[in-house]
Design a protein around this ligand. Structure first.
Ligand SMILES: [Zn+2]
Ligand SMILES: [Zn+2]
Length: 65
């Protein structure tokens, strides 16, 4: 699921840096994401890369502290 355009066509593709690594890309608009959010499972740009959290989930996590 692409949270840039809302299309459901985000797909993980291998990257050159390592065969085990994949990066999600949206077929609809060509958006390349940082990865899959560890919390909500969507293709996102990480707001908190160390924890692999998107901005929404990071904000939700901080709201609980
Ligand atoms: Zn998209
Ligand atoms: Zn998330």
């Amino acid at each position: 699921m692409c949270n840039e355009c809302g299309a459901t066509a985000a797909l993980a593709v291998p990257v050159a840096s390592g065969p085990e690594e994949t990066v999600p890309i949206c077929f609809a608009d060509g958006t390349v994401f940082d990865g899959i959010c560890d919390h909500c499972g969507q293709a996102v740009h990480y707001a908190f890369p160390e924890a692999q959290l998107c901005e929404t989930c990071r904000d939700n996590a901080y709201a609980h502290f």
